[in-house]
Every structure is written in structure tokens, then in C-alpha cells.
Design a protein around this ligand. Structure first.
Ligand code: GLA
Length: 451
């Protein structure tokens, strides 16, 4: 049943730790005890979903004759399922294999149902779903509320919503991304809630990703985030990600500039989606790849990789498989983080409160000259008096404890980040504890399911 208690949005919204005077511990307390409570009634995605999504890397490549390894076909999804299952991804939480646009035939079948392209999906979707389920994974599919998908394939008009929900459920699909090309705002207003109901009515748990807000400009009053939280598990708020650093930056800027409106919308079962991870593709340097992963963890973002898992570099793999970082993204409290500071020096500081009084800080450099030595203290960043243990998420080092007044300096590479996991020392056991024990403890604090 959907709970309806106090309006926690108001409370979360009232906490805007943008200035050094804020008291983060109060924020953590309030956020922990008044989590956002509106949620789609399917029990899914209590933490941000993780997996792989075809679109950014493989687009609408349907030329299987000349490009059999990369075209949108059952082979591509089976290959990626093998990689998720065999290369350690699944155990880390990357469990969705998601088909995007261009999978279907240009015509519906005689009964008016969507059908996959017979050449590219000769086994049909149920067989692919079985292949994926047999590997302990879940299958996502793409539809579009409108006459056509964005790529020009058959869309789901209002009269087809029930049929398509039934078809997807019958195929064993576990997630639907419903895009919004070729529909108007009235159709979207009717269609997105209707699909939510139709999916629930199938009796098969199907997570629901809505592109609706992206078509409404992403912000209230056009977007009603309370309603979205009631009907969708996640939603695309903003533009499509492209394989470039500029694209990542424009997304980070938009989400940060509008964080007062967006942050309260996220919570267990309902997430803002800044779009796919492009780590392992062509557009990001190593530093930029670390930055995307760190900032997506701050934003409590869904982690859908869109890359070629068959040829991924070790550097990209290490970033995407960083257990502590994933644990931070997956924190069960599910509070989206915020940009705290935008310094004149082009350093930005981001923060996210985590369960068990832990928190994470990301120091992000927008500079393009050389590593910048940024000086601060936890007190200046709003932490209350106390001792904090600091774990550096990318170097894996535990640092000497800091008090709120200790001045520290972090060296941040151009377009890179330094990412810290912090917790009050009382949670960390004795001073001088063996580092490997401390490391285990980090996982215990931030990601119990990894143990
Ligand atoms: C839109 C979506 C993308 C992708 C394409 C497919 O642009 O925002 O994520 O699904 O359509 O055509």
C-alpha cells in the first residue's frame, strides 16, 4: 500500500546546506527520520537501479549485415548479459540489461501487438528474457508514448497502453523505459499514469522509467514531482547524455543549479535520472570518468552503463566496479546529495548524507591548468564539532582522523575529483586499528549487501 503520512518533501526542501553555517548533522537526522514517502506501489528500486543500457553506445545501429557485433540484436544483449554475469558486475548490483529504441519491427502484428524485428531478434523477446533471467539478471525494454518512438519505430498511443503493458509482462520483461516523442502534453498527462496502472495491473513487477519530465522542461510547476514519485520508479529530467565531457558538465550543472527543486523528489523507489554512465567510451579522460562516477553517486543516480563491456579498459572497469563508491550510490537512506559550494577558484564541493551518520564529500575541479591545492576544514563545510574518519574512495586510503577544525588540503586534478567517505570516529572502533579491518568496516557502513 502507498503510505501517505506527513509531507516529508517540505522538510527535506527546507534543508539547503549551501552555506558554511549549516548543520549537516541536523540535516542527516531529519532526512533519516523523514524519508520521502511517496513511491510507486511496486516495491521496486529501493536503491537506484544498476545495469547496462544500449542507447548511448550502440544507438540505432541496425546494420547487422555489416556490423553484426554492434547492431541492435539479441546477440548484443546476450553478449552483454554474459559479461554482466561473468565479469563480476552482477554481484556488485549491475543486474539490468536494457534494450532501448530500434528493437521492434516497423509493424505491429495482426493482433496489434508490438513485435521485435524478426531478423535481429529471431528467438523473440521471451527467449532473450529467459537467457537473461537464467544468468540472474533482469531485462528492460523501451517504448514511447506517442505515434512513433524517437527513432521512428511504432509508438504506444493511448489506445495501445493496455496491450503493450500486457505484451511486455507476457514476455517476462522486468523494466520499461517509456519515452515521449511524438505525443503532446495532454496525451502525456493521460498516458504516463495510465501506463503505470497498466503495468501494476499485469501482476508482474515491472519497474517504470518515465521520460515525461524531460518533455516538460524538467522543473516545477510544469513537472509535478509528487505525482511522478507516485507513478514512476525513475525519470529522465533533462537532455540526453552524449559521449563528451561537455555533455556530462551540462548535466551536472543543470542538476546542481536546480537542486532545490530536484533533490526532494528523489528517494527509495523513485529517482531522478541524469542519464547513462559513459565511462569506458571515447569522450572522457580517466579523471573525467572518475568525476562522472563520483557525481552520479552524489546524485543518487541510476547507474546504467552504456559502453562495450566486451572491450572495457581496466581503468574504466576499476572505476565502475569501485565497491565503496557503489555502496555510496546505493546507500539505503536514499537521500540525493547537493552541491555545497561553487568557489571562485572553480572548485566545487558536493555532499551527500548517508546512513549511520556517514556522509560523502566530493571536491571537483573545473580547472584546466594543473592540480589545485584546495584548503578547507570540515567545520567550514558545515560539519558539526567532532572527530571524523576519512576514507579516500579512489586511493583506498584511510586518512588520520580529522576534527571539524583541522585544516586540510586536497590536491584535485583538472576535471577530476577527490572523493571522501566520512564517518564519526565512534563508528570506526579503536584508533590504530588495522587498515584492512577498517576497509571491511567501510563496506559494512555504506553497503551491507556487499558483505
Ligand atoms: C530519446 C531518449 C534517449 C533514447 C532515444 C532513442 O532521445 O531520451 O535516451 O532513448 O530517444 O531514440
Amino acid at each position: 500500500m502507498r503510505e501517505r503520512g506527513c509531507d516529508s518533501n517540505v522538510r527535506i526542501n527546507s534543508i539547503k546546506p549551501k552555506n558554511p553555517e549549516m548543520d549537516l548533522s541536523l540535516a542527516i537526522y531529519v532526512l533519516a527520520f523523514f524519508p520521502t514517502i511517496f513511491a510507486l506501489d511496486n516495491g521496486l528500486m529501493k536503491t537506484p537501479p544498476m545495469g547496462w543500457l544500449a542507447w548511448e553506445r550502440f544507438r540505432c545501429d541496425i546494420d547487422c549485415r555489416h556490423d553484426p557485433k554492434n547492431c541492435i540484436s539479441e546477440r548484443l544483449f546476450m553478449d552483454m548479459a554474459d559479461r554482466l554475469a561473468e565479469d563480476g558486475w552482477r554481484e556488485l548490483g549491475y543486474i539490468y540489461i536494457n534494450i532501448d529504441d530500434c528493437w521492434s519491427s516497423m509493424e505491429r502484428d495482426k493482433e496489434g501487438r508490438l513485435q521485435p524485428d524478426p531478423q535481429r531478434f529471431p528467438g523473440g523477446i521471451p527467449k532473450l528474457a529467459r537467457y537473461i533471467h537464467d544468468r540472474g539478471l533482469k531485462l528492460g525494454i523501451y517504448g514511447d508514448l506517442g505515434t512513433h518512438t524517437c527513432g521512428g519505430y511504432p509508438g504506444t498511443t493511448l489506445d495501445k497502453i493496455h496491450t503493450d503493458a500486457q505484451t511486455f509482462a507476457g514476455w517476462g520483461v522486468d523494466m520499461l523505459k517509456l519515452d515521449g516523442c511524438y505525443s503532446n502534453s495532454t496525451e502525456q498527462e493521460q498516458g504516463y499514469p495510465l501506463m503505470s496502472k497498466a503495468l501494476n495491473a499485469t501482476g508482474h513487477p515491472i519497474a517504470y522509467s518515465c521520460s515525461w519530465p524531460a518533455y516538460q522542461g524538467g522543473l516545477p510547476p510544469n513537472v509535478n514531482y509528487t505525482q511522478l514519485g507516485e507513478i514512476c520508479n525513475l525519470w529522465r529530467n533533462y537532455d540526453d547524455i552524449e559521449d563528451s565531457w561537455d555533455s556530462v558538465l551540462s548535466i551536472v550543472d543543470w542538476f546542481s543549479d536546480n537542486q532545490d527543486l530536484l533533490q526532494p523528489a528523489a528517494g527509495p523507489g523513485h529517482w531522478n535520472d541524469p542519464d547513462m554512465l559513459i565511462i569506458g567510451d571515447f569522450g572522457l579522460s580517466l579523471e573525467q570518468s572518475r568525476s562522472q562516477m563520483a557525481l552520479w553517486a552524489i546524485m543518487a543516480a541510476p547507474l546504467f552503463m552504456s559502453n562495450d563491456l566486451r572491450t572495457l579498459s581496466n581503468n574504466a572497469r576499476a572505476i565502475l566496479q569501485n565497491k565503496v563508491l557503489i555502496g555510496i550510490n546505493q546507500d539505503p537512506m536514499g537521500v540525493q546529495g547537493r552541491r555545497l559550494l561553487k568557489e571562485k577558484t572553480h572548485i566545487e564541493v558536493f555532499w551527500r548524507p548517508l546512513s549511520d551518520s556517514a556522509s560523502t564529500l566530493v571536491f571537483f575541479s573545473r580547472r584546466s591548468d594543473m592540480p589545485y591545492r584546495y584548503r578547507s576544514s570540515l567545520g567550514k563545510l558545515g560539519y558539526k564539532a567532532g572527530n571524523y574518519k576519512v576514507y579516500d574512495v579512489f586511493t583506498g586510503q584511510t586518512m588520520p582522523a580529522l576534527t571539524d577544525t583541522t585544516n586540510f588540503t586536497v590536491s584535485i586534478n583538472p576535471s577530476g575529483v577527490v572523493m571522501w567517505l566520512l564517518s564519526p570516529t565512534k563508528l570506526w572502533g579503536r584508533e590504530g586499528e588495522h587498515p584492512s579491518l577498517l576497509h571491511n568496516h567501510v563496506e559494512e557502513i555504506v553497503h551491507p549487501i556487499l558483505l
